[in-house]
Design a protein around this ligand. Structure first.
Ligand SMILES: NC(=O)c1ccc[n+]([C@@H]2O[C@H](COP(=O)([O-])OP(=O)(O)OC[C@H]3O[C@@H](n4cnc5c(N)ncnc54)[C@H](O)[C@@H]3O)[C@@H](O)[C@H]2O)c1
Length: 269
């Protein structure tokens, strides 16, 4: 039987559409939380709401793309053991330029996970967020280049896309999927797990902003087999499951939570 660790849950993007319900779920478990996002006021308001259930709730308002961000998270954790990382902070194609999107979605993720790996208590789990857009990249040569980049740091095959926010976003999310595959052995060696969730079209501030800007996306939303956008809590519930002992053999993989859209598109060929 696996023991349930008792340490802190670090949630990035905690003020966002998926981070907030994730924070509410782990608070309801009575766990200590470290809530991370850009805006201290929104974080403090959430922390106030969650303290009665969660007990200790700390906040960290900082940019995850800053070089010293992992050190800031470690400092905010203090001596507390780490149970889980639920890393939802990210930027979508309409939110920034291609380089910044890649820096936030991939480089910052890689640095944060590397820094936190030694801090997890046995049984702990890191949950990252990819996207269905990673599954919409069809060119086999590009997919090989992304895997090569994640494995070796050689960015030759992806550098040419770093002026296109949509491609940068999709490549960053594919790289997150490959990163989870790459890191699973290091996590397993410490009795830890790492996995990602690929959300479909989710009704959050980000999801709504993208749908407003992009007619093709609105068309895809009408095709989703579940016939609606998802809710942030439908991602948070899977993050909670992945961190629980019920998911004790899930590692190094990506879980699509997309109402069936990628399955449908692949059937159409
Ligand atoms: N909403 C969707 O339809 C959808 C679909 C697929 C994937 N995703 C992914 O899910 C994750 C969560 O998205 P969401 O819908 O909750 O978005 P959201 O915009 O509601 O929340 C994201 C949060 O991340 C924070 N954040 C952004 N950049 C940051 C930075 N540099 N430093 C610290 N915090 C930062 C924002 O302040 C925000 O609170 C993202 O990685 C996104 O790419 C979303």
């Amino acid at each position: 039987m696996s023991t349930v660790p008792s340490g802190t849950v670090v949630i990035t993007g905690a003020a966002g559409g998926m981070g907030r319900p994730a924070a509410q779920r782990f608070a309801a478990q009575g766990r200590p939380l470290l809530l991370c996002d850009l805006d201290a006021e929104r974080l403090e308001a959430l922390a106030e709401e969650l303290r009665p259930a969660a007990g200790r709730v700390d906040i960290l308002a900082a940019d995850i793309a800053a070089e010293d961000y992992p050190a800031q998270v470690i400092a905010a954790l203090g001596d507390a053991p780490l149970y889980a990382l639920v890393h939802t902070a990210g930027l979508s194609p309409t939110m920034s330029d291609a380089r910044r999107i890649f820096a936030v979605n991939y480089h910052a993720t890689e640095r944060l996970v590397a820094a936190l790996l030694p801090r997890f208590e046995a049984g702990g789990c890191a949950v990252l967020i990819s996207s269905v857009s990673a599954y919409m990249l069809a060119d086999p040569a590009l997919l090989t280049s992304i895997r090569d980049f994640v494995q070796t740091g050689n960015d030759e095959g992806i550098a040419g896309f770093m002026d296109n926010p949509g491609m940068s976003y999709a490549i960053s999310k594919r790289a997150v999927i490959n990163f989870v595959e790459r890191e699973a052995p290091a996590f397993g060696a410490r009795s830890l797990r790492i996995a990602s969730i690929a959300p479909g079209f989710i009704d959050t501030p980000m999801g709504r902003a993208e749908a407003e800007e992009n007619a093709q996306l609105r068309g895809l939303i009408t095709m989703v087999p579940q016939q609606r956008m998802g809710h942030g809590d439908e991602i948070a519930s899977v993050a909670e499951f992945l961190c629980s002992p019920a998911a004790s053999y899930i590692s190094g993989t990506d879980i699509r939570v997309d109402g069936g859209i990628i399955g449908l598109l692949s059937m159409k060929g």
